[in-house]
Design a protein around this ligand. Structure first.
Ligand SMILES: [Zn+2]
Length: 322
């Protein structure tokens, strides 16, 4: 019998990555979409179109797993609220299952990314780990005593919306907070701080890129930093330090064995992680900081897609047992 296949869809604040995944975690077809400015109906249509596209290439799939950037009520599969997408009070699991004609399972995007890293990736030997995915926002997941911790209704573990600056800027999207870690240290922040640095240093590579009319994104800052541009490197160092202050709280509260940093911004690698580690080494409570590892995601920005697929396999196994 050929190995079972499922579709894993990882949705972030501005883009979606999906694929057909087999039981060996081999990805057979990938699909990418963006949805800047899409309303609720358009957003749901994009999910359906993405699944249809990969399904056309591999029709023999058994289920679909979704990781979405939302507060997902775990038991019901209802998306209660989202900072970045118009997905408040959407019966996501049921709507998608009806439209796709397949079993569907849905969880928060960072929870599924952590599932992949905990079973097969950077923290596969850990029972206590925390994942932060730095992209448009900051998604996060908690592995406590070997289980994904979701809070009382499945909507917890939002470390990105932990306040790190009382007088900081308004948070992103629909978040009512200000000075949240997400607005201080996400991939979007790297782009925003990069643009400010470009204006301060017009002769830097970053400044010349802005003068040439290019939008300064987190990806551009990271690329120029890897090329050695000091202005770009200083942006990553500053954002890395801010991330570090968020991680101080994580280390002190959860005493994890490891913290995994994923999402698109992890392309910056040590340029972001080394300053974060330095802050933790200086500011976190000594006994806990000495044992925590701060590491990049093993699966890079594909953790979420693979974790969504793992969740789909889990749901099939549970159904077979019932
Ligand atoms: Zn917030």
């Amino acid at each position: 019998m050929p190995p079972r296949r499922v579709i894993g869809i990882d949705a972030g604040g501005t883009k979606l990555l999906g694929g057909v995944v087999d039981e060996g975690l081999v990805v057979h077809h990938r699909v990418r979409r963006t949805w800047r400015g899409a309303d609720r109906a358009e957003t749901l249509d994009i999910f359906v179109e993405a699944v249809d596209e990969v399904r056309a290439a591999a029709p023999d799939v058994d289920a679909v797993g979704f990781g979405i950037p939302a507060l997902v009520e775990w038991e019901t599969g209802v998306s209660r609220w989202s900072t970045h997408l118009p997905l408040a009070d959407v019966r996501f699991r049921d709507v998608m299952s009806e439209r796709l004609g397949l079993p569907v399972v849905v969880d928060n995007d960072a929870n599924v990314a952590l599932l992949a890293e905990a079973r097969h990736g950077a923290v596969r030997d850990c029972s206590h780990a925390v994942l932060l995915a730095l992209g448009t926002g900051i998604g996060s997941g908690l592995l406590l005593d070997g289980r994904i911790y979701r809070g009382s209704r499945g909507m917890g573990a939002e470390i990105g919306h932990m306040v790190v600056d009382l007088h900081g800027p308004d948070c992103q999207g629909a978040c009512p907070g200000r000075g949240c870690l997400e607005v201080m240290a996400s991939g979007s922040t790297i782009g925003r701080e990069g643009e400010l640095a470009a204006r301060r240093s017009p002769s830097s590579a970053l400044g010349r890129r802005l003068a040439a009319g290019r939008e300064i994104s987190g990806g551009i800052v990271t690329e120029l930093a890897h090329d050695g541009d000091e202005a770009a490197r200083s942006v990553l160092a500053e954002v890395g330090r801010r991330l570090g202050y968020g991680l101080v709280g994580v280390v002190n509260v959860f005493n994890p064995e490891a913290i995994v940093i994923g999402g698109g911004a992890i392309a910056a690698g040590e340029l972001l992680l080394a300053p974060a580690r330095a802050v933790v080494a200086e500011r976190a409570l000594p006994a806990a900081r000495e044992t925590v590892r701060i590491v990049p995601a093993h699966f890079g920005d594909e953790s979420g897609m693979l974790g969504a697929a793992l969740l789909a396999f889990d749901s099939l196994a549970a159904g077979a047992a019932a």
